[in-house]
Design a protein around this ligand. Sequence first.
Ligand SMILES: C[S@@+](CC[C@H](N)C(=O)[O-])C[C@H]1O[C@@H](n2cnc3c(N)ncnc32)[C@H](O)[C@@H]1O
Length: 278
Amino acid sequence: MTETRPGTNDGLALNRALWDVWATVHGSAPTDLFYDVEGFVAGRQTLRSLERGLAGDVTGLDLLHLHCHFGMDTLNWARLGARVTGVDFSPIAIERARLLAERTGLPATFVEADTQRLPANLAGGFDLVVATYGVLCWIADLDAWMRGAATALRPGGRLVLVDLHPACQAVATLEPLLVDWPYGGGEPHRETVTGTYADPALSLPAQETVQYPYSIGEIVTAAATAGLTIKHLGEHVDAEFDPRGILVRGEDGRYRLPFGDSHLPVLYSLRADSPATH
Ligand SMILES: C[S@@+](CC[C@H](N)C(=O)[O-])C[C@H]1O[C@@H](n2cnc3c(N)ncnc32)[C@H](O)[C@@H]1O
């Protein structure tokens, strides 16, 4: 089946259906080792050094967290002193995020919306826009996503994006080394998913998804086209966790993607700033 881009896409409905299911089970399945919600409620910090480093001190800042899922990371930014708003297109995720906020007593606003069409009332309201780990592969219209993030920022505000590196996303298996995704191009890639990354043992009904591969060049160009200034682009050959379930854990506890005698990048991190005056 072909798909018209950008904008109209049945991928949105298919992907939302998948995320509604995942938002129901993530952090609530009996074997919740991946998210460890109970640890979070008890005070565990779930944010990782990459996004914390790029965000800097968030005390007193208005922070917009895009793709907030069930709100755990959003609420951790609140714990660090930010005034937080989380956005996700899954109504189940938003409902769970609100419940988690209630349970922890942490102040947060959660908004159900497609990040390619952010509500107008979010425009210009934020010092910081953050999105992490599993973001752009769900986005058909990369330019609209970047425009939305840029529009949400106040003059001088910053976007922090940490996501799977497209080189890592392209690899299906390490042994044998099998590549089953294009490096970029943004063309819709249909895939039937069973189970979830958060609990490989959990059996879930098969679900069709549509994902979109973007190269580093396409991502940086989209940020620049949206009027942002690139301040930092990192390509990281190791990670604190294995976002794909295929990486090799070193003796230092970090996960890598071996490639010959070297490694391919696993994550990238981008900081892009809004002009000081709009
Ligand atoms: C892998 S999660 C983000 C990772 C997050 N840091 C976490 O808690 O694991 C991806 C999130 O993006 C959301 N999402 C996917 N496409 C979206 C869209 N077009 N608009 C808004 N949210 C979307 C999903 O519902 C899901 O909650």
